[in-house]
Design a protein around this ligand. Structure first.
Ligand code: HEM
Length: 505
């Protein structure tokens, strides 16, 4: 071998070493990113994560123990900064709210469903988001509107109670999650379109929106765009699903428009007065940067409400019922409170649940012990900034791992125990679930992007629990005790859905 060959090989080895080092060291360096597990060239930590064959939330649980309050994962070309510390979360979301209030770019498949980020949850921090969010808040969840629409919940809850009764009669038990999903979904569809539609159509919408959530979950090309050509089939499937979503929801929009503009209501499905349905407010909306919205945008914006409000609330009811079934003393205490406020057979009104502090404690303890989402939605900084002494570049995915806050024994005593009493006279007294003063539990997020419908979500949960416990005693199915194992299905749910036996009170 000639000297020159040796020189070239040496140079190549040095280059390879530098190249490997550049890719494998995640934190520090001139970029000053938070630390993180060493990755592989080009793919970063992606393969390591995939090889674990567990959902991301379970991997992050382990990584937090090693890397602490703030760390980086390089998932192919996507850089993720994961924030787990309550003080850093408060600093980012509340104290420096506007800086961290944006959303990262959407994947091509998500863009198909969001109509180019024309949805409250995915819009970047700016005028479009402001217009959509303000409209949502003033049109859907002001106290006057909530009161005006209380008949919708009354109707849906009556159907719910009849349905669980007949399911128990037929099967000997009730499946909690599927029933609650259907009921909440029917409420949200009626809030959006002002229409009472058949259970069959509600189930169809529910199933399409579930498929949308599945297909928009992160896939390989979202991390490695170079692979996009290999995933053409997925894009084709996504477009076909979008077509089905439009075919299913556009008729509801057209019927509503005919009702609003011409007073037409041929099959008598339109039941909300003009102006009381969410879609009515969208008909006249012209966001400054986007102009008038069309049917496709209406479908996106209404689907967002139905999807965002269904699984989150239904999951909470399921976990709450699990504890009521397995800890009869908690269920008895709750039942006594309901009887004290409305009587054994009294019709529970929405104002009544506000007079039930123990119910409030049960719901808060459920949201603490089983937050439906272990992360908030992905955030992004509007410009390069710093957090915890590290640089957070504009556009990277900032993920707030909020589940750790409520598992942290420095913040909560016996965090793994389910103790509603802690909210009456313990470490939960006076906790602010909006995280404005401090972050001790933030199931709805905090700051600019906090869930705009958190009080509506709590109302749905309260009403379902109060009605179900007033009418029936809930017991475990004999020889099939409930299983606490959790799994991820958009929210963190029971792996084996809760089944319970019900006895009329
Ligand atoms: C127990 C019930 C609920 C829980 C736990 C929950 C939780 C959340 C969380 C964690 C976020 C993300 C916050 C962030 O990214 O910082 C969010 C956003 C959102 N939620 Fe909820 N939610 C619930 C009910 C609802 C309901 C009933 C609706 C609609 C009727 C709704 C509509 C939305 C919307 C539109 C956003 C996007 C906000 C934005 O990006 O500005 N949520 N929710």
């Amino acid at each position: 071998m000639e000297l020159v060959d040796l020189f070239v090989i040496g140079l190549a080895l040095i280059f390879l070493r530098l190249w490997w080092r550049y890719w494998s060291v995640t934190g520090g360096g001139p970029k000053n990113l938070p630390p993180g597990p060493p990755g592989w060239p080009l793919v970063g930590n992606l393969i390591q994560v995939i090889l674990q064959r567990r959902h991301f939330i379970f991997i992050v649980r382990e990584l937090r123990k090693i890397y602490g309050p703030i760390f980086t994962l390089r998932m192919g070309q996507r850089t993720m900064v994961i924030v787990t510390d309550s003080r850093l979360i408060h600093e980012a979301l509340v104290q420096r709210g506007p800086t961290f209030a944006s959303r990262p770019p959407d994947s091509p498949i998500r863009l198909v469903f969001s109509m180019g980020k024309c949805a409250i949850n995915s819009a970047e921090y700016g005028p479009l988001w402001r217009t959509l969010r303000k409209n949502f808040v003033t049109e859907l969840i002001t106290p006057t509107r909530v009161k005006q629409c209380s008949w919708i919940r009354k109707w849906a809850l009556e159907n719910h109670m009849k349905r669980i009764k007949s399911e128990a009669f037929e099967n000997g038990f009730v499946e909690v999650m599927s029933n609650c999903r259907l009921t909440i979904c029917s409420i949200l569809i009626c809030l959006c379109f002002g229409a009472k539609i058949s259970e069959e159509r509600i189930k169809k919408i529910e199933s399409i929106l579930k498929d949308v959530m599945l297909i928009t979950s992160p896939q390989l090309p979202d991390f490695l765009p170079i692979l996009t050509p290999l995933f053409r089939r997925q894009m084709k499937e996504a477009k076909a699903l979008r077509k089905r979503q439009l075919e299913c929801l556009v008729p509801l929009i057209k019927n509503r428009r005919a009702f609003v503009e011409k007073g037409e209501n041929p099959n008598q499905e339109m039941v909300s007065p003009i102006g009381a349905a969410y879609i009515d407010s969208l008909f006249g909306l012209e966001p400054a940067t986007r102009g008038p919205l069309g049917e496709e945008e209406y479908v996106t914006l209404c689907s967002e409400v139905i999807s965002a409000g269904t699984d989150t609330s239904a999951t909470t009811v399921e976990w709450a019922m699990l504890h009521l079934v397995t800890k009869q003393e908690i269920q008895d205490k709750l039942y006594q409170e309901i009887v004290a406020v409305v009587g054994k057979n009294g019709d529970i009104q929405e104002e009544d649940v506000e007079k039930m502090p123990y119910l409030d404690a049960v719901v808060k303890e459920t949201l603490r012990r089983h937050p439906p989402g272990h992360f908030l939605l992905s955030h992004a900084a509007i410009k390069d900034t710093e957090l915890g002494g590290y640089t957070i570049p504009e556009g990277v995915f900032v993920e707030f791992y909020t589940a750790w806050i409520t598992e942290n024994p420095d913040i909560w005593s016996d965090p793994g125990e389910f103790q509603p009493e802690r909210f009456l006279h313990g470490d939960g007294v006076g906790v602010d679930v909006t995280g404005t003063r401090a972050v001790k539990m933030v199931p709805f997020g905090a700051g600019r992007r906090i869930c705009p419908a958190w009080s509506l979500g709590i109302l749905h949960i309260n009403m379902l629990l109060a009605k179900m416990v007033q009418a029936f005693k809930w017991l475990p199915v004999p020889d099939a005790p409930p299983d606490l194992t959790e799994t991820y299905a958009f929210t963190v749910v029971m792996k084996n859905p809760l089944r319970a036996v019900i006895l009329p009170r």
